[in-house]
Design a protein around this ligand. Structure first.
Ligand code: GAR
Length: 206
């Protein structure tokens, strides 16, 4: 069993997929805390509905990235009923990069999901950028976050073919469906202790 802290910024469908996987018993984890970069993120409601503690960053804190990340690191290190902190920080639609205070407190313990096949189409609009470019294959990447935005060690990727009649909306729908399967699966690999990063920054799965 691993303890997770989840970072969100928006609708939180990936958070929901993780909550559902835990409830079904296919992910051996607990979510100890959800922190949102935005006070009105719908994902906060999803967390509250299942009694997960939440924190929404105020605008003043959000506008100071280093202070925000220090606060997040401290809250994640003290989360849980016994204040023993979380094992992993899970970025689930968290639309900013994490900085030194978080990365130093959780080395190789911050994971992110990105809706494209990294290193292609980094940034906040991975699905639309890939669609506009006209790629025939795109997909989803789960990786460890490090100090290079969307460039951390890749844990898992799943590809899908872009169909001739795909619209941006239909592609988004299929990407999200893959995300909702893949993220809980990768978190379960972490729960089983099967994921390691070598000194060249490559991920190995036992
Ligand atoms: C997801 O598609 C996630 O991959 C993406 O934001 C969406 C959030 O959806 N993240 C990024 O683009 C990060 N660069 P959700 O809030 O419903 O989980």
């Amino acid at each position: 069993m691993i303890k997770l802290g989840v970072l969100i910024s928006g609708s939180g469908t990936n958070l929901q997929a993780i909550i559902d996987a835990i409830a079904r018993g296919s992910l051996d984890a607990s979510i100890e805390l959800v922190i949102s970069s935005k006070p009105d993120a719908y994902g906060i409601k999803r967390a509250k509905d299942v009694s997960i503690p939440t924190i929404a960053l105020s605008k003043a804190v959000y506008n100071e990235p280093l202070a925000a990340d220090l606060l997040i690191a401290t809250e994640m290190q003290n989360a849980g009923a016994d204040h023993s902190g979380v094992d992993y920080i899970v970025m689930a639609g968290y639309m900013r990069m994490v900085r030194r205070p978080i990365l130093e407190a959780f080395p190789n313990r911050v994971v992110n999901i990105h809706p494209a096949l990294l290193p292609a189409f980094i940034g906040a609009h991975g699905i639309a950028d890939a669609f506009e470019y006209g790629v025939k294959i795109t997909g989803v990447t789960v990786h460890f976050a490090n100090d290079a935005y969307d460039r951390g060690p890749i844990i898992a990727q799943r590809a899908l073919a872009v169909a001739a009649d795909d619209t941006l909306e239909s592609l988004e729908e299929r990407i999200h469906a893959i995300e909702h399967e893949l993220y809980p699966e990768v978190l379960q690999l972490l729960a089983e202790g099967r994921v390691s990063v070598d000194n060249r920054g490559k991920v190995h799965i036992e």
